[in-house]
Design a protein around this ligand. Structure first.
Ligand code: NDP
Ligand code: ZN
Length: 350
């Protein structure tokens, strides 16, 4: 079969691979809709996880089940499913401890396009299929459904990690598709004033749709000053979904004592994260820093899609570009790398 792969750091291309085989707990999926992720860009062009050779890229796809293993109970060929980007081993001790995304070691629940072949292929493999797939809700557009593989679970996790509560003033740093879902997640958790930091006008417009009350352009000056001026002081919570190793210090500087930072940004470059001694209250500021990989799992996807099915949030606003045919994966990935002004997320209908 055809697969679109990372050939080595900085290089991608189409290669031939054997069709994956199905173990007793597994499933084989034929993609219906796929999306590239900024993480694919960090992986290939920043070498963020080290070198990989002929590794199939992609971790966002919904598709049709073509085969299930003998021990899979709840799915059958023909089912249309969402497969989260993170596919834990649900029997692992880490999963039993509540950290399924780290099953088998730190970040090891992230298999696709990291330690196993990803989803940009004619067929892909799902481990622990009963735990790692959820049906696409009746009537949901597959392009909107593919946002539940990574953008919704990651963005919403940012709001969880920042411990957003009713009435909190919240700053979301970075409003690409992940940050936009953090805006939506924070709004759904009852945020009060909600600052969204980004520079692209399309993202700013959609941030308002998802509940941002103020848009802050980091290209127009220091974001700490801009937010603290408008908020008349520090905010209750900060979600980081963009920026770099210097962003944490800005987040600390704009955060109240007792507040929390939720980071879901993938730090693709630099060896250390800078935390200002004074901004962290000389070590005693009661400012919590939580960073996490998105949780996977069927239940999680079912609950997140239920939010959309109840009409509380529409992932369709994230999909700015649509392509037809698996071959367009390459164009869509390059678009994700170049980030044209009007892009939020491109989707490929296979
Ligand atoms: P994007 O690149 O689309 O968005 C990044 C955002 O950060 C943009 O709004 C950008 O602004 C803004 N930004 C860039 N530099 C700065 C800066 N110096 N200060 C403030 N804001 C800045 O990324 P995605 O939304 O696709 O993904 C966000 C991150 O989440 C990525 O690192 C991705 O790898 C990671 N991720 C993490 C996962 C997890 O499980 N934890 C899963 C999936 C993704 P502008 O408007 O100028 O573009
Ligand atoms: Zn991703």
């Amino acid at each position: 079969m055809k697969a679109f792969a990372m050939l080595k750091i900085g290089s991608v291309g189409w290669i031939e691979k054997p069709k994956p085989t199905c173990g007793p707990l597994d499933a084989i999926i034929k993609p219906i809709a796929l999306a590239p992720c900024t993480s694919d860009v960090h992986t290939v062009w920043a070498g963020a996880i080290g070198d990989r050779h002929n590794l199939t890229l992609g971790h966002e796809a919904v598709g049709e089940v073509v085969e299930v293993g003998s021990m899979v109970k709840d799915f059958k060929p023909g089912d249309r499913v969402i497969v989260p980007a993170i596919t834990p081993d649900w029997n692992s001790l880490e999963a039993q401890g509540g950290y399924s995304m780290h099953s088998g070691g730190m970040l090891a629940g992230w298999k696709y396009s990291n330690t196993s072949d990803g989803v940009f292929a004619e067929y892909f493999h799902v481990n622990d299929a009963d735990g790692n797939m959820a049906l696409i809700p009746e009537g949901m557009d597959p392009a909107a459904a593919v946002m539940f593989c990574d953008m919704v679970p990651t963005g919403f996790h940012g709001a969880e990690l920042a411990e957003v509560e009713y009435g909190d003033s919240v700053a979301v740093i970075g409003i690409g598709p992940v940050g936009l879902m953090s805006v939506a997640g924070a709004a759904l958790r009852g945020a009060g004033r909600l600052f969204a930091v980004g520079s692209r006008p399309k993202c700013a417009e959609v941030a308002r749709t998802y509940g941002a009350t103020d848009i802050i352009n980091y290209r127009n000056g220091d974001i700490v000053e801009q937010i603290m001026d408008l908020n008349r002081g520090p905010v209750d919570k900060v979600i980081i979904a963009g920026g770099d190793v210097d962003t944490f210090d800005q987040a600390l500087a704009m955060l109240k004592p007792g507040g929390a930072i939720g980071n879901v940004n993938y730090l693709g470059e630099g060896d250390y994260i800078k935390l200002g001694r004074l901004n962290w209250g000389v070590g005693m500021g009661h400012k919590r820093i939580n960073g996490g990989l998105m949780p996977g799992g069927r239940l999680r996807v079912q609950k997140l899609t239920a939010v959309m099915m109840a009409g509380r949030m529409d992932t369709g606003h994230l999909v700015t570009h649509r392509f037809n045919g698996l071959d367009s994966v390459e164009t869509a990935l390059m678009m994700m790398k170049d980030k044209p002004k009007d892009l939020i997320k491109p989707v490929i209908i296979a």
